[in-house]
Design a protein around this ligand. Structure first.
Ligand SMILES: NC(=O)c1ccc[n+]([C@@H]2O[C@H](COP(=O)([O-])OP(=O)(O)OC[C@H]3O[C@@H](n4cnc5c(N)ncnc54)[C@H](O)[C@@H]3O)[C@@H](O)[C@H]2O)c1
Ligand SMILES: [Zn+2]
Length: 389
């Protein structure tokens, strides 16, 4: 927003216009890009974003579940911009591996992609992590545009330029920072998500509100039913606010030197619970929901989080259909995984505790103290629910 020589009311109007425009900038200097919002899965906004990059050709990278559902209109719109090849990755986290990326790179080369080609990813976080990584390394780096099709990818994976694959048991152990040139968010895609996947994405939405948007927390509470019904305008509005929070944090700390770590709120125990369940018993979002509940309880114990706030967020998660009951045996096993990992994380761990809605703090805590806190959280019996008034 230009402000030079303008009266305050003109500047205020411009700021308001920029704020309400459904475009969010991820401010990274020369690599700044925008997330745009479109409705209806026509691929029009995706094609417009690709056209701005004047590509010699386009490689549409999608996965085997998304391709039959959503690829055709996107591909048709992109083909009007430049010659478009389609690469279909096998769906699922099990395929998020170097071998899959290598096969995709070979297809890109065979399709005649060059250094001015653009990769367009259309899929969830698995597809975008791999497509972005392929773009990062193909001919030492080509541009890419990200079109997320899961709620999780819309609010989290599509923003921030972390790309990569798993290696052995190590999640996301190989990768690169490679920011997309644009992100196009279309909530319409969530309509075909499996119920459990969609609901899991809501956990990251609640997390985002907790760490950076108090008003979003209010809104989520008011829109629980609409969110569960995937009302398009509500999903889109919520995704927009989440993207704003993540974009601002990434803009201040692209490489996670500090502040970006707050996005891992609920993830210390969450990751351990996910691993304890062999990455099958719990989805990532379900594990994060439980991790958030535990982090809230640790915050209460340490006098950082008010009990009423902890209860409020826990109720919201439960209302959205996410698990909130910490089973002591399960937490006990997960905590042992964190303790075993002490060699890697060191004796101190940066705990993320919630001070107030939209406000968390990073606090170094001794690993043993934190894990004791998680165990206490699991043994904490919540007060009996008040009778409905
Ligand atoms: N790069 C980042 O910053 C970042 C952040 C968070 C998560 N991630 C990564 O994201 C991945 C998880 O993302 P995800 O939950 O989107 O998983 P996913 O991409 O595996 O999608 C979940 C399932 O839904 C299917 N699917 C995708 N879109 C669909 C649609 N519109 N309709 C029907 N089915 C659809 C997929 O084929 C898959 O089977 C993890 O690998 C995680 O590491 C990355
Ligand atoms: Zn997460």
């Amino acid at each position: 927003v230009g402000t030079d020589d303008e009266p305050p009311e003109v500047v205020a109007d411009r700021v308001l216009a920029a704020w309400s425009a459904e475009r969010v900038a991820v401010p990274l200097g020369a690599r700044t890009y925008t997330a745009r919002f479109e409705d209806g899965a026509s691929g029009a906004a995706l094609a417009a974003a690709a056209a701005e990059l004047a590509p010699t050709s386009i490689v549409l990278v999608t996965d085997s579940n998304v391709a039959p559902l959503w690829a055709a209109p996107a591909e048709a719109a992109l083909a009007r911009v430049a010659r478009t090849a389609r690469v279909v990755l096998p769906a699922g986290e099990a395929h998020k591996r170097l071998g899959t990326v290598e096969a995709a790179l070979a297809e890109m080369l065979a399709a005649g992609a060059d250094r001015r080609s653009v990769v367009v990813s259309l899929g969830g976080g698995v597809a975008s992590d791999m497509a972005g990584f392929a773009a990062a390394v193909f001919l030492r780096g080509v541009r890419w545009v990200c079109a997320p099709t899961t709620l999780l990818a819309m609010v989290d994976a599509s923003i921030g330029g972390k790309t990569g694959v798993d290696l052995g048991d190590a999640k996301n152990a190989v990768g690169a920072f490679h920011q997309p040139s644009a992100v196009v968010v279309d909530a319409a895609y969530t309509a075909t998500q499996a119920e459990r996947d969609y609901t899991s994405g809501l956990a990251e939405v609640v997390k985002t509100a907790c760490v950076g948007d108090a008003a979003l927390l209010d809104r989520l509470e008011a829109e629980v039913d609409a969110l569960r019904a995937r009302r398009l305008d509500v999903v889109r509005g919520v995704a927009l606010r989440c993207v704003r929070v993540k974009a601002a944090i990434v803009g201040r700390d692209e490489r996670e030197a500090g502040e970006r770590a707050v996005l891992n709120f609920g993830h210390t125990l969450g990751h351990a619970l996910e691993a304890d369940g062999g990455f099958e018993a719990l989805t990532h979002g379900e594990a994060v929901s439980l991790g958030v509940v535990a982090a809230l309880r640790v915050g209460v114990r340490r006098g950082v989080t008010e009990a009423a706030l902890a209860d409020r967020v826990t109720r919201l998660l439960a209302g959205l259909g996410l698990p909130t009951a910490l089973a002591p045996a399960q937490v006990g096993r997960a905590v042992r995984l964190i303790e075993l990992d002490k060699k890697r994380v060191g004796r101190q761990i940066r705990a993320i505790l919630m001070r107030a809605p939209g406000d968390v703090e990073l606090t170094p805590i001794d690993v043993d103290e934190l894990t004791r806190g998680f165990v206490d959280a699991a043994n904490f019996a919540p007060a009996p629910a008040r009778p409905l008034d």
